[in-house]
Design a protein around this ligand. Sequence first.
Ligand code: GLN
Length: 488
Amino acid sequence: MNLAHTSLRQLAAALRAKTLSSRELAQSYLDRIARMDPQLNSFITLDAPRTLAAADAADVRIAQGDTGPLTGIPIAHKDIFCANGWLTTCGSKMLSNFVAPYDAHVIEQFHAAGSPLLGKTNMDEFAMGSSNETSYFGPVKNPWDLAAVPGGSSGGSAAAVAARLTPAATGTDTGGSIRQPASLCGISGIKPTYGRVSRYGMIAYASSLDQGGVLAPSAEDLALVLNTMVGFDARDSTCLERPAEDFTAGLDKPLAGLRIGLPREYFSDGVSADVANAIEAALKEYERLGATRVDISLPNTKLSVPVYYVLAPAEASSNLSRFDGVRYGYRAKDYGDLTDLYERSRAEGFGPEVKRRILTGTYVLSKGYYDAYYLQAQRVRRLILDDFQQAFTRCDVIMGPSSPTVAFNIGEKTSDPIQMYLSDIFTISVNLAGLPGLSIPVGFGAQQRPVGLQLIGDYFSEAHLLNIAHQYQQATDWHAQSPALAKA
Ligand code: GLN
């Protein structure tokens, strides 16, 4: 059995049958990481003794017959999730010395499931970025082409999954940070409905948009991991209490009669021809599976980026005020009075993109500008949400590209923040509306770099989105392809 290229379901079966131990599995991934990650930089922190101790504990559980679908399966977590005793940096110098004293709810859920923590993955600083280039720990390389970015902000998680350095990984998505890197790295990724995954212990960027989710090779893998991740937690006041749901239960339903909404704004000039071709081929495949196309419009799409870059920085400026050099994290060495301590610690601890957003956010919230920017953006946010509600009266799912282009080169967009911001044009409105979204690989574009198809559903339609993705993956094998580097 080639462990790195085995699905979660098959790994779980081998563990249950005791033809494989959790220790063996964890060790094999740690060996791959040691061998390949120096090229990719997808992990910030590894702690092999801790991972193997957790694997041993999982083996004891398996021996006692106490197993669930993820028991014994190691999973990597984005370094935005606090994990007790683990360095938790959020990609920032500000937290480069922060060892979390508690577990995020998400991490607790994986512990309870018996899934060993494989390592903490690299990310854009405080999840602000689309290329993983704002990380204090250096850029991550795209396993399909080391000259290309993996996307961001969950770039480490996406690259690690694409290179098969972990069976799956967690991520977070505030404006596209799961779907865009999944797309650029040729893997699957899901951002659930806002409120399905607890934000407790997930370092805050823009709280009304942040949502945890999963990256993995296939939709079936996503469903298995999502089963563990979703759950009510009273410590996050926006976490929703819903009846338990098995996201794998409906995967096999046929798609006959499915109405796919195609927003005209998602098939416009901004989309490169290679991406458009791969998306068209995927839509044809869906027609073969019994789906029909419906033309729809999401007229406020072009406003989503400006609205996001008012609201997200506003929330970030408030959330990041807790990093003051006093309570935890980085503290400047030489300082005079208390104000000087704050100023120097923040000046030295935050990178340029984070500072840009704190400044923007503080500005849009300031007296005299609040109505013109912040309140106005909130109103447009409502219009964007209404567009989707209107669309879902005519279709069951919305499809389009996850990203307007394939992965760009490292360094290509770093000097032009606006160009960088536009790479999330198709993902951001989904966060503004709080809807679930999924990206699956559907082919290759320029320079053999992957193309991702985005599926957007109505609230709480995760199971249906996963079913729609799974049916496509039963009929095609894009999700099973991995970069040459991963075959070594
Ligand atoms: N790329 C977007 C940004 O820079 C979204 C990031 C995210 O989803 N965390 O803010």
